[in-house]
Design a protein around this ligand. Structure first.
Ligand SMILES: C[S@@+](CC[C@H](N)C(=O)[O-])C[C@H]1O[C@@H](n2cnc3c(N)ncnc32)[C@H](O)[C@@H]1O
Length: 183
C-alpha cells in the first residue's frame, strides 16, 4: 500500500469509528456547508441514522444516475454505505448494489447499516478501486462520491471501471452510463 493510500485509509478508519460511536456523532467535525445537506429529507428518512451521519461524499450521485429496476450498481469507495443503500432501493429486489471499500472499519459500519436498513440486495466488498474484485462486464452502472480524487493512480481506476462494465457496452449501447462525483 502506498503512503498516500495508507494515510487515506487511516483517515477514513477514524471517521468510521467516530460515526459508529454513540450519540449521533457525525463522521467528520466541521463539515463544509457546501457539501452538507446533499440528500433530500425523503432519501435520508428512509435510511438508518448512522448511514446518514457517516456520509462523507461531496455530492449525491444517486440523484444524477438514472437507475432502473433489475440493474447492478457498483459504488467505488462506498464508506458507510449511504449511496449503496439508496441505489439498492432504486434497482429493487431483482437488482443488486455493490459497495467497494478498502477500509475495514468503514466496511463494518456499512454492513451494520445494511442490516439496520434490512437491505437484501446489497453486498459490501473489501478491496481497492484500482483493482476492483469483480469480473469483467459484471455491472450496469458505476457511481462514486469523492473517492477517485483520493487515488494516486486515477487512470488505473478508470481502466478497472471500464473493465467491469466494458463488454456489456456493446450489448446495451447507449444505455451504458455512469455518474461520477469528485472524479
Ligand atoms: C470521501 S469518503 C466517501 C464515502 C462514501 N462514498 C460517501 O459518500 O459517504 C471515501 C471512502 O473511500 C474509501 N477509499 C478511499 N480510497 C480508496 C481506494 N483506493 N480503494 C478503495 N476504497 C477507497 C475510504 O475508505 C472511504 O470510505
Amino acid at each position: 500500500m502506498t503512503d498516500i493510500k495508507e494515510a487515506v485509509r487511516q483517515k477514513y478508519s477514524q471517521a468510521a469509528l467516530r460515526a459508529g460511536s454513540c450519540c449521533g456523532t457525525p463522521a467528520l467535525e466541521g463539515a463544509s456547508p457546501i457539501t452538507s445537506n446533499l440528500y433530500s429529507d425523503q432519501e435520508t428518512g428512509e435510511l438508518p441514522e448512522a448511514a446518514v451521519l457517516a456520509s462523507l461524499g461531496c455530492g449525491n450521485p444517486t440523484a444524477l444516475a438514472e437507475l432502473k429496476e433489475g440493474e447492478t450498481v457498483l459504488d467505488l469507495g462506498s464508506g458507510g454505505g449511504i449511496d449503496v443503500l439508496l441505489s439498492a432501493r432504486r434497482v429493487g429486489p431483482k437488482g443488486k448494489a455493490y459497495g467497494l471499500d478498502m477500509t475495514d472499519e468503514m466496511l463494518t459500519l456499512a454492513r451494520e447499516n445494511q442490516k439496520k436498513a434490512g437491505a437484501q440486495n446489497v453486498e459490501f466488498l473489501k478491496g481497492e478501486i484500482e483493482q476492483i474484485p469483480l469480473p469483467d462486464s459484471s455491472v450496469d452502472v458505476i457511481i462514486s462520491n469523492c473517492v477517485i480524487n483520493l487515488s494516486a493512480d486515477k487512470q488505473q481506476v478508470l481502466r478497472e471501471a471500464f473493465r467491469v462494465f466494458e463488454a456489456r457496452w456493446s450489448l446495451r449501447g447507449f444505455r451504458r452510463r455512469h455518474a461520477w462525483r469528485g472524479a
